[in-house]
Design a protein. Structure first.
Length: 94
């Protein structure tokens, strides 16, 4: 795909860019500047061309769930060991 090819954008993204380009031209910008601003705005809003539900997204979600579970398990283990230490100190001091 050559640089500047817009085929990877959705119809909605193309319409948005066209609308932005028209409004920039009304503001008095050159057609080249208006086009550049329009596509930069679309890219900023959507992060580029078409977005497909990729495996990476699903993998990231699963990984974040796992890390959240690990964190909560670690917190519970830390609390348990801290309470055991406190109980040992109390029984040793009696």
């Amino acid at each position: 795909m050559p640089r500047g090819d817009k085929s990877s954008y959705t119809d909605k993204q193309k319409r948005q860019a066209e609308h932005i380009e028209e409004s920039e031209a009304k503001e008095g910008r050159s057609s080249a500047a208006a086009k550049r601003i329009a596509w930069a705005t679309v890219n900023k809003q959507d992060g580029g061309g078409k977005k497909k539900a990729s495996k990476k997204t699903a993998t990231k979600k699963a990984a974040s769930k796992k890390s959240a579970t690990k964190k909560s398990a670690t917190k519970k283990a830390t609390k348990k060991s801290a309470s055991k230490k406190t109980a040992k100190k109390k029984s040793a001091s009696k």
